[in-house]
Design a protein around this ligand. Sequence first.
Ligand SMILES: [Zn+2]
Length: 72
Amino acid sequence: MFERGLAYRKHSTVNWCPSRQTVLANEQVVEGACWRCTTTIATRDLEQWFLLPRPRQAGRFCDRWVHPIAQE
Ligand SMILES: [Zn+2]
């Protein structure tokens, strides 16, 4: 699946809604609180695979990342 050199693993910090137990995108955080339940958000460290986006694939990469967490 991964061509050599095109993917790497990295820890990243994400926004976390403790109430809904879900990851929030930056757009879903309003003034430090969850946009839906207004709970103050926490942060979590996640280890995940990143694909090194080539210029033409940058948009697709972003969609893949944003889509699953936008289904809150
Ligand atoms: Zn929430």
